[in-house]
Design a binder for this molecule. Structure first.
Ligand code: ZN
Length: 463
């Protein structure tokens, strides 16, 4: 089996690994590079292989940095099949269509800019279109259940195992049988920590010859979940006591549903008044919540028990789903006592920027960050203590109370990553990917048994 790393090599985004075995060419994930305009230009560059030569894509989960370049792969000639769990397929549809829509808008804006400056050929093409995203959807072949081996060809099979990261997320074991022996590689995908309120814990296979694993938090430990939950409710109470609104910049997949679940539980346990107005102001998060409701096979025990009793885990009393722009704008008239969840999580776009414009300058408001904020994003600037920020060309002073709560992470921390890895026996080589170099360097010596590799972009290994 031959393994080449075409993405997420010594960085956190753009997952894309090529396996060549038994005459087949298999891609594990085909993700987008994220993190500001300069690095995102890499997405338009070559893949490092011919898309038409790929037979199968195995998709670990639906985050953009794992599935975001699939439409481009199809646009550039990929005609094979894509295999994923049913929940991943449904979520990937939302994610890819949203990404295509944003890129079409961006291209239209760039075209208008070029026209205004009198460029001879002003037409700017998007990286891919909504049609390309729909074409990518057509390449999905059925769906796989966890632990059900899928035959990919003679002597080659793939098995998906729950990764406990987001709905439908999987680690994928690829096994090759030849007349002279066998080999297996496990691709972790992104791994969630145990005790997630919505999902089951990660359950990797007992053995693998090689493991390719993410190391996003390879150098850090999270705060315990319960402490984070207390901090979250304290932030809400404090804001309401001052008379302001709570703004929660929210990632549409998974984090939005987790916060809804926490709020619902808060009302049930009387930590939160049932009369509180809650807004989920994100069409994408609303669609993702519908997908969540359709896939009880992915639930953890708490959520499964609620579902079995016929209860809706996301039905917060006083919850409004606002899909329409006019509804979203109406929220701006509320001056206090509301919880407003809106995307994007890092405040780089989306409706949350409007809510920040109307609340950031108010000392009574509270902004609660519940997810990762990359360097250079508006969320990071506010978290790092900016006195004022630019929103829609206006300098808005930051007077609201700012809270950052890191215990809601969908990624396992250092100790949890190690426990996951050590649950797998027989590993001769561990490849570290999907992490900053600093995180990998801290994690590598802890792996212990076997060889540890930190591949560079386009580097090839035999397993
Ligand atoms: Zn992920």
């Amino acid at each position: 089996m031959q393994l080449t790393f075409h993405g997420a090599a010594r960085t956190v985004t753009g997952s894309c690994h090529l396996v060549e075995a038994r005459g087949q060419r298999i891609l594990i994930d085909c993700g987008m590079v994220q993190g500001g305009r300069a690095v995102e230009e890499e997405n338009a560059g070559p893949f490092g292989f011919d898309p038409a030569s790929i037979d199968t894509v195995l998709l670990t989960h639906a985050h953009l940095d794992h599935c975001g370049r699939l439409p481009l792969l199809v646009k550039r000639g990929f005609r094979g099949r894509i295999i994923a769990t049913a929940a991943t397929r449904d979520l990937a549809r939302i994610v890819m269509l949203d990404a295509a829509h944003l890129q079409e808008e961006e291209a239209r804006r760039a075209t208008r800019r070029a026209q205004r400056h009198g460029k001879e050929r002003p037409e700017v093409q998007p990286l891919y279109s909504v049609i390309d995203a729909l074409d990518a959807m057509d390449r999905f072949e059925g769906s796989v259940a966890y632990r059900e081996a899928k035959r990919l060809g003679d002597g080659l099979r793939a098995t998906f195992f729950d990764a406990g990261h987001i709905l439908g997320s999987a680690s994928i074991l690829l096994e090759e049988e030849t007349p002279t022996g066998s080999a297996s590689v496990l691709f972790s995908g992104d791994i969630g920590g145990p005790g997630h309120p919505l999902l089951a814990d990660a359950a990797p296979p007992p053995r693998a010859d090689a493991v390719v694993m993410e190391t996003t938090y390879g150098d850090r430990l999270h705060r315990p979940y319960k402490a984070s939950l207390d901090e979250f409710h304290d932030a809400i109470h404090g804001t309401f006591a001052r008379g302001g609104n709570v703004i929660i910049p929210t990632f549409a997949l998974e984090r939005a549903q987790e916060i809804l679940f926490v709020l619902r539980d808060g009302v049930a346990t009387r930590r939160l008044q049932a009369s509180t107005q809650v807004f989920l102001d994100s069409p994408m998060a609303i669609s993702a919540t519908d997908v969540f409701r359709r896939h009880p096979e992915c639930y953890g025990s708490t959520l499964a028990a609620l579902f079995a009793r016929g209860e809706d885990p996301f039905a917060v009393p006083g919850l409004h789903f606002t899909r329409e722009t006019s509804e979203s704008m109406a929220i701006n008239r509320i001056v206090g006592g509301a919880i407003i969840m809106a995307g994007s999580g890092m405040c780089t776009g989306g409706r949350v920027r409007h809510h920040l414009k109307h609340n950031l300058y108010r000392p009574d408001a509270g902004i609660i960050f519940v997810g990762f904020a990359a360097q250079g994003t508006l969320a990071r600037k506010i978290i790092d203590g900016a006195r004022s920020v630019d929103l829609f060309g206006e300098e808005i002073p930051v007077r609201a109370r700012i809270h950052t709560i890191n215990g809601f992470s969908a990624h396992a921390d250092q100790a949890e990553l190690l426990a996951w890895r050590h649950a797998i026996a027989g590993v001769r080589t561990t490849f570290l990917v999907h992490g900053e170099e600093k995180a990998m360097a801290a994690f590598a010596p802890m792996v212990g048994n076997g060889r540890v590799e930190m591949p560079t972009q386009h580097q090839t290994f035999k397993v």
